[in-house]
Design a protein around this ligand. Structure first.
Ligand code: HEM
Ligand code: HEM
Length: 240
């Protein structure tokens, strides 16, 4: 897929599937956290004399399951895009920077920046190496959340479809540990989100290349330091 520029020195980095799945995941995680926390620790006492009272927990569990399916569909779209159809910045390669010497160099650069050992931000067009690696861990948590979630769900119908797929989990760990893992991953995602939003705004200010708006519009500004990531133009290839 040809890289798109415009004459304002901007490059189209985040394609629609990357931005769409990002915001669908954010919406799902918010709803799944509120309904999930309620399942584990009902924070609203609803009187059964209220018309909606008797089935309030049932409705919370239904909403949780509904958004769980949306969340999984979004994950599968993003995985498909990372492997088969995305541009260089959406590719799965951006999530494993440690696989190449150059990537490891960028990883330590980003690490030293975030830990105040280096003043210049690692200005890149795609994910900086540390962000990319962190997203790989987050995506691993997404899939663990899905596995533990479906394993919990499978208990409603032992022998059913989800039990066949995930029942083996209970041969390794007991039910309470699966619940605890599922619950704790929620807190890990919330902690990640707090740092993620802070660093998105920090790096936006430091790199001045439109990072935060890019996850809405897809476009980032080309700054001199990030030029090396761009594919060679026709003239650089010696063509006209
Ligand atoms: C980021 C995504 C998710 C978050 C933050 C989340 C959060 C939670 C929390 C906090 C609980 C309560 C655990 C407890 O008992 O203490 C829960 C329960 C549950 N979650 Fe999730 N969840 C997520 C995704 C999923 C997914 C993808 C599924 C797949 C079906 C799922 C299925 C369930 C089920 C079946 C329960 C147990 C319901 C019960 O005990 O009756 N969750 N979730
Ligand atoms: C629950 C909250 C959030 C989670 C779990 C989350 C997770 C992620 C993940 C996994 C990516 C990588 C996207 C990909 O390659 O597919 C990403 C990218 C990004 N997110 Fe979020 N996000 C959250 C909220 C936000 C919010 C509220 C903002 C900003 C207002 C934001 C700004 C960004 C930006 C700018 C990128 C691209 C970063 C880069 O260049 O590495 N995110 N986010």
């Amino acid at each position: 897929m040809a890289t798109r520029f415009n004459n304002a020195g901007r490059v189209y980095v985040w394609e629609i599937p990357v931005r769409l799945t990002h915001w669908v995941n954010v919406a799902c995680i918010i709803v799944l956290s509120f309904t999930g926390y309620y399942i584990g620790n009902p924070y609203v006492q609803v009187s059964h004399r209220e018309a909606y009272g008797p089935f309030f927990m049932g409705n919370m569990r239904f909403i949780h399951l509904l958004f769980a399916y949306v969340f999984i569909a979004s994950l599968l779209i993003r995985v498909y895009w990372a492997i088969f159809a995305g541009n260089q910045w959406a590719s799965w390669r951006a999530l494993i920077p440690f696989a190449t010497p150059e990537g490891r160099g960028k990883l330590s650069q980003a690490f030293r920046y975030y830990f105040f050992l280096r003043r210049e931000p690692p200005t890149v067009l795609g994910h900086n190496a540390l962000a990319g690696f962190t997203y790989a861990v987050i995506i691993f948590l997404y899939f663990t959340q899905t596995l533990t979630g479906f394993a919990l769900h499978a208990q409603v119908n032992p022998g059913g479809f989800w039990w066949t797929l995930t029942g083996w989990v209970f041969r390794i760990v007991d039910n309470q540990s699966v619940r605890l893992a599922h619950h704790m991953i929620m807190w890990l995602l919330i902690a990640f989100a707090i740092h993620h939003v802070y660093s998105a705004f920090l790096v936006d200010v430091e790199e001045a290349n439109g990072l935060v708006s890019s996850i809405f519009s897809g476009w980032k500004f080309i700054v001199p330091e990030s030029k090396e990531e761009l594919p060679p133009t026709a003239s650089e290839q010696g063509g006209e």
